[in-house]
Write a protein that binds this ligand. Sequence first.
Ligand code: FAD
Length: 490
Amino acid sequence: MSKKCVIIGAGFSGLSVASYLAQAGHEVHVYEKHDMPGGRARYFEAEGFTFDMGPSWYWMPDVFDNYFSHFNKKVSDYYDLVRLDPSYTVVWPERADDIPAQLDKIKELFDSLEDGAGDKLQKFLDDSAIKYKVGTEMLNDMPGFSILEFVKMDFIKNLFKLDVFQSMEKSLNKLFKHPELKMLLEFPILFLGGTAQNTPALYSMMNYADMVMGTWFPKGGMHEIVKGMHALAEELGVQFHFNANVEKIIYKDNKAVGLSVNEQSVKADYVVASCDYHFTEMKLLDDTTRNYKKDYWTNKTFAPSALLYYVGINKTLPDLKHHTLFFDTDFAAHSAAIYDSKTWPEEPLFYVSNTNKTDARLAPEGSENLFFLIPVSPGLEDTQDIRKKFFDKIVTRFEEHVGQPIKDNIVYYREYAASHLIEDYNACQGNAYGLANTLMQTAVMKPKIKNKKLNNLYYTGQLTVPGPGVPPSLISGQLVAQEIIKENKL
Ligand SMILES: Cc1cc2nc3c(=O)[nH]c(=O)nc-3n(C[C@H](O)[C@H](O)[C@H](O)COP(=O)(O)OP(=O)(O)OC[C@H]3O[C@@H](n4cnc5c(N)ncnc54)[C@H](O)[C@@H]3O)c2cc1C
């Protein structure tokens, strides 16, 4: 029988779960507190500039292809993808390297920094290819209910290939000596919430995603993915309710029976919370219906928060590429500030996205749209003085790299930090990307997707399986929908 499923939140996971459920014949309503879909991937326009607010890296294009093809659609039905070349630029203390889209050229770069490193990179990526294949098949199929899923998934057979018990640091140290090469291979895990010491080498699958599958960009911006998924959901019959703030999950006995939305009650047969897990538990439920107590969250390692600046300048920077990583200060010190001392970094690493380099429509003619991101420890209190201080720190280094001053050319400036992530997304400690990908927070160790007391309440999103990032959030929606669909074969 068709069920009325209500979804809290229209981020990637909410859009995904909604579409799968609607396709299976259920009546689906999505309640979203903002006036647009996208969640952390919303966008805004100001002074002729268009800014993506959150994600800017389009990796793992196969996940998006699989998503749309499940609905007999293609990515190109909704947006145009461009492969970036160079994929990105890395700024080191003494020079900058463009990381080309072609693996052979990346290997040449590795050889130029360390004898034989090109062949070693090939070996490392051959192993990461297996991890990508086995790991994504496995993680994408595991709802994370029980350790038995590992047995069922033939996990033991693949255990050694997956390198689950070796850290990324050890795995890299065995192959490379040059610190910059190691940093290059560590950066995907730092940005997605981990350190090389505490992240299993399994996640070198992200290096395969980076160096083999490539860095892509949807013309118009990352929010074009959201627009596409929203359009598809509507085609499938999903009903969206924007400016709809969910205040409570209403339950009776062992069932969720609806939501309180903008002080009105809404009935439901199923509730799926795609807003942050901690918020759902602590604010939308009471202590008799939560899966986890408060302590559970204090003992978790969150992925970083982010200090962001959306900046428009009225001059052009011909030497700047679409993505630039500033690794010109101490990588280990920044990482320690995030995960060990949980303090503001002294000399932060940062990242700049300049999307009008790939799509000129995203900034007025003769201008540049700049997005600066500093990964920082979650839970730090930010003030305007702190935000300003950090902008001043990084802009000087940015000016050195682009070879021109920009401070006097700023025509648009907006700051965004942990306090905004909390206000906008109810993000625990202002986290940007959910939980860090440590071994103890992988697969079956993630917060469970089903409530243990209310048997029709599910959780999806970056804090659940498979983890943080846009592609995993899409998969997370699919995993939850599969469970509800299984329970209700129409
Ligand atoms: C700055 C930044 C940069 C990032 N960069 C990348 C990147 O380059 N590549 C990548 O793959 N990933 C990146 N990520 C991570 C990626 O954006 C997330 O993993 C993904 O968007 C999470 O989707 P979600 O559906 O789990 O959560 P969300 O996007 O947070 O969606 C949850 C939704 O629930 C809504 N909501 C919350 N509370 C309520 C309520 N009470 N009532 C109604 N609605 C509510 C929120 O408004 C939101 O729309 C980045 C994230 C950030 C913040």
